[in-house]
Design a protein around this ligand. Structure first.
Ligand code: NI
Length: 133
């Protein structure tokens, strides 16, 4: 990867914010911090766009947690148009693993995954997305 230099003009206050970000994030220098911010922005933008993607939401949870399974079911019914299938596996006496296969606009899948993963009692949750076509 070739590295190119360019000049950046910033207000003093913004530069101060950048330097604080460099220090708090333990970046080696301003260039590394800016690179991180650009990459983060790019990834988030891709995930919030209108591209149709396919993916999987993986949830691990303790099914004894009060109302948890009801909430998961309610959310999935609200978003049924995005859900292709789901599979529930009882891992042990307490723990369940659920995989929900989804297809739709990446911003909608992200919203659905955030709602599911945000339900109180979820031990682990992750959304994986893949481009379609
Ligand atoms: Ni189970």
């Amino acid at each position: 990867m070739s590295v190119r230099r360019f000049g950046v003009s910033l207000d003093a206050g913004v530069l101060e914010q950048l330097d604080r970000f460099v220090k708090d994030g333990k970046y080696a220098n301003r260039s590394q911090a800016i690179r991180f911010l650009i990459e983060k922005h790019t990834v988030e933008h891709k995930w919030k766009c209108n591209n149709v993607v396919a993916g999987a939401i993986v949830l691990v949870y303790d099914h004894h947690k009060r109302d948890l399974t009801n909430k998961l079911t309610d959310i999935q019914h609200d978003f049924h148009h995005l859900i292709l299938s789901s599979q529930h596996v009882h891992l042990d006496h307490d723990t369940c693993l659920e995989t929900i296969l989804v297809k739709g606009k990446s911003k909608d899948l992200t919203k659905l995954a955030d709602l599911l993963i945000g339900v109180k009692g979820i031990i682990h949750g992750k959304l994986v997305m893949s481009m379609v076509g």
